[in-house]
Design a protein around this ligand. Structure first.
Ligand code: UD1
Length: 417
């Protein structure tokens, strides 16, 4: 098992080219099976979750090749409609294949994804929406059996703007005759990227980025080329790492428009940020101020995925910050590890109160989930002494070679196997 060893105290200085977005590339790779053609996807990050998605594609019969950041997926020889339990367990978001397999094969069998490290994460909204499209669904012995021979377009209202459920409906409905309308759809930028990819393939979808999405079913889709959008959460994490160390960095290949709530929060804390169309520069705060209240919300609200990195930053701010996690019930697992490093954080249910301390100290800590792991890296970069972070596999799910990017800006961080 590898671990990250961080010797804190170095200010980050330099430039980082931000990786492609994990949450965009996963549904887009699933969508490649819809067209039975050859797809070339650029700017694919080198992540464990992307490797798992490629494994699913191969098990379904696709030919997949990677050359640096480009993935070529040929889905013409698709020969399976089943995703087995071992792959569903490795990555809960494999559920995004459900809508795509249904649309292509008119049948699908996937294992129930089950719970995961950040909470229960049910899929009731996905299944309800697919049933509204006419898919017959049976749940038996931990598997979901779908028969989709008689699908019809529908008006689908999501009780919560679930990202995955919105994507699953888009993936299925783009090949269902008639016009499907999703109301209370998720508005995340990754949904817009999926819409662009599907439309390039020949789909007729409009409205992504807003809360009403219209999907006119078409008969056939075609293989295409597409470039994945920059990862707004990874970009936010590196800005926070710079702020934590009192450093100045420049991010390239970034979309500031997708990061407004993170940019505002960093400015509220006293950091100076300069944005251009695809660049952001950050200079340190004279003194870091606490964030009075952060409430995680669906996009364009404050992202749950950046909550823990910001909490790490608030451990050093002067005054008290309050975080309310409204999306996932188990997303404070980094707190006890930050406390081991000297942070002053109290939790009551979904509320965390952070009182700034003069400094953190290095300790042995464990990453228990992806973003919480990134929070520990941020804390370690500014802590006095050495921090050893176990559970790096979680961080690798979403951050491409985190130690390389950070050490290229002067961070003292190494991976040890
Ligand atoms: C996606 C992102 C994840 C991010 C999350 C919220 C991907 C691969 N992952 O996850 O990084 O943290 O959005 O922005 O894109 N829910 C239900 N029933 C359902 C579906 C969801 O109750 O059928 C609940 C979940 O338990 C959670 C909330 O809705 O409380 C949000 O989940 P959702 O938007 O679906 O997140 P994911 O698509 O799983």
């Amino acid at each position: 098992m590898s671990k990250l060893v961080v010797c804190g105290g170095n200010q980050l200085e330099g430039e980082i080219e931000v990786q492609g977005a994990k949450n965009a590339v996963l549904p887009i790779l699933a969508a490649t099976i819809l067209n039975g053609g050859k797809n070339i996807i650029y700017n694919c990050p080198d992540l464990k979750d992307v490797t798992t998605t490629v494994e699913v594609l191969k098990k379904l019969g696709c030919h997949v090749r990677r050359h640096e950041k480009t993935l070529t997926v040929d889905s013409s020889q698709l020969n399976s409609d089943t995703i087995e339990e071992s792959l569903m367990r490795q990555m809960r978001s494999s559920i995004i294949f459900l809508g795509a397999i249904i649309a292509r094969c008119k049948r699908a069998v996937v294992s129930m994804p089950g719970g995961c490290e950040i909470g229960n994460r049910p899929i009731d909204l996905h299944l309800k929406a697919l049933r509204e499209l006419g898919v017959e669904i049976r749940e038996n012995h931990g598997y979901i059996y779908c028969d989709a021979h008689e699908m019809t377009a529908a008006n689908i209202h999501l009780d919560f703007p679930s990202v995955g459920a919105t994507e699953n409906v888009m993936l299925t409905a783009c090949l269902v005759p008639g016009t499907t309308v999703i109301t209370n759809a998720a508005r995340e930028p990754e949904i817009e990227d999926l819409q662009s990819f599907l439309n390039r393939m020949g789909a007729k979808i409009s409205g992504a980025g807003g809360d009403v999405i219209r999907i006119e079913g078409v008969e056939k889709l075609y293989g295409v080329e597409h470039t994945i959008i920059p990862d707004r959460i990874v970009a936010g994490t590196y800005l926070i790492a710079a702020a934590m160390t009192g450093g100045s960095i420049v991010l390239r290949n970034v979309c500031p428009r997708h990061m407004q709530s993170s940019i505002n929060a960093l400015r509220d804390m006293g950091c100076e940020l300069y944005t251009e169309r695809n660049r952001i520069a950050i200079s340190p705060a004279k003194s870091l101020k606490a964030l009075s209240m952060i409430r995680t919300m669906p996009y364009p609200g404050f992202p749950t995925d950046i909550q823990s990195p910001f909490m790490a930053l608030c451990t050093k701010a002067s005054g008290s910050s309050m975080f309310v996690e409204t999306i996932f019930e188990n997303r404070f697992q980094h707190v006890e590890e930050l406390v081991r490093m000297g942070a002053d954080i109290r939790i009551d249910g979904r509320v965390a109160v952070i009182r700034g301390v003069p400094g953190l100290s290095g300790a042995k800590v464990v990453a228990k989930e992806l973003r919480g792991g990134a929070a520990l890296v941020i804390a370690a970069l500014a802590a006095e002494g050495v921090t050893e972070i176990d559970g790096v596999g979680f961080i690798d799910r979403g951050y491409e070679h985190i130690e390389k990017y950070l050490s290229s800006c002067g961070g003292n961080i190494k991976r040890k196997d």
